[in-house]
Design a protein around this ligand. Structure first.
Ligand code: MG
Length: 235
């Protein structure tokens, strides 16, 4: 289990979700860069594009994202692992069919999340995005949790990613196609949200690949910087 400080309290909270529900294609400019050359429709999604990440992905600040050795065995022409800077919503209480107007009552707080993605698996697997999104260590989270009461307006936060200090992604949560309340209402129509579950709300444009030896950062205004090194697995 990952333990993260709850900002301003001196307390820590355990991050142990029963599920991590991620939202694909939730920023307009990222939809544009994602459709080029891939089997995706070029229109904006008419409802949230949901996929799962499994809890084995979670690592804390400073822990290494490990690119698994098995990828070498596929001899992909362009083997590619990308980071995705995302605002993570941490659910605070159980809910099903949560009305949009009450959605924030179900939020404990927010933190930074890196939706690390192995693209070859993601786009080639006929079973979908599962394997490419749920490899061990492919979900850094942190560095702190900021409570719902302390975040201000969560739809007005700048977010960034950097690789080795160079800015790659830059966006604002105002640009989400589906807002946080809409996501919570939509998701909870399908699945009961449990206390501790995570929603990764999508990523802005500027996706760039990671390589062993890199250091990747996800920064969100009002939360902080989540920084993780990247390693190749040695077996
Ligand atoms: Mg993502």
């Amino acid at each position: 289990m990952i333990e993260l400080p709850l900002a301003g309290t001196g307390r820590k909270i355990g991050i142990a979700p029963t599920k991590i529900i991620a939202v694909g294609l939730n920023y307009r400019e990222h939809v544009k860069e994602s459709v080029s050359g891939r089997k995706l429709p070029d229109a904006l999604p008419s409802e949230p594009v949901l996929f799962a990440k499994t809890p084995n992905v979670l690592i804390g600040p400073g822990e290494a994202i490990v690119i698994p050795a098995l990828i070498d065995g596929y001899h992909f022409e362009d083997a590619r692992v990308d980071p995705e800077a995302e605002l993570a919503v941490i659910i605070g209480k159980r809910g099903r069919r949560i009305p949009e107007e009450q959605a924030f009552d179900y939020v404990l707080g927010y933190t930074c999340f890196n939706d690390v993605s192995q693209r070859n698996f993601q786009y080639l697997d006929t079973s979908g995005w599962f394997r490419g999104k749920s490899l061990d260590t492919f979900g850094p989270i942190g560095p702190v949790v900021v409570s719902r009461q302390d975040i201000g307006d969560p739809q007005k936060l700048n977010l960034y990613s950097r690789i080795n200090g160079a800015l790659k992604q830059s966006g604002n949560t105002a640009d989400m196609i589906f807002s946080i309340p809409r996501l919570i209402a939509f998701i909870s129509k399908h699945f009961t949200l449990e206390e501790g579950d995570l929603i990764a709300t999508g990523t802005p444009k500027g996706i760039s690949p990671l390589h062993p030896g890199d250091v990747v950062e996800v920064e969100i205004e009002g939360i902080g910087i989540l920084r993780n090194p990247v390693e190749a697995e040695r077996i």
